[in-house]
Design a protein around this ligand. Sequence first.
Ligand code: HEM
Length: 146
Amino acid sequence: MTARVARYYMPFLIAFALGACQSTMMAPQKSLYDRLGGTPVITAVVDDFVGNVAADNRINGFFARTDIPRLKKLLVEQICQATGGPCTYTGRSMQAAHKGMNITDAQFNALVEDLKKSLDKFKVPDKEQGELLSALGSLKPQIVGQ
Ligand code: HEM
């Protein structure tokens, strides 16, 4: 009797176990935006990063006539949108924004270094740093040499 009951229920047990296992394995990942800590952390990182850029003699000359509060706002929007957050970037295309600047590879890398310093300061984990830097790195062809 017990064996018959067990045989009857076994397929259901297996299906349940597989389902539970699958749903754990397939749990949707939180967006990079959420894992970074959302708008508060992105805003803090951008503030600090723009401060690093302003102090960086390799590239700060580019920003001499830039409206810095506007730039910060646009960077927050851009990073928020690019990481899956609830924002819409309202600035110009990367090509249009950097046109005529003739930015070099070295200058691009200097800016990324300044950003990485801020990501380290705010203790953004390596995985999230890598994801953010590769998302922004993919914009390089639209920024360098324009
Ligand atoms: C991944 C790298 C970069 C990103 C994501 C980025 C993003 C942006 C954004 C969102 C804006 C504002 C666009 C607008 O005005 O509508 C901007 C403007 C600007 N960017 Fe970049 N940028 C990058 C690299 C660089 C580099 C390497 C330089 C120079 C070394 C640079 C110099 C500037 C300057 C000077 C402006 C202001 C232009 C103005 O005042 O009209 N950017 N950038």
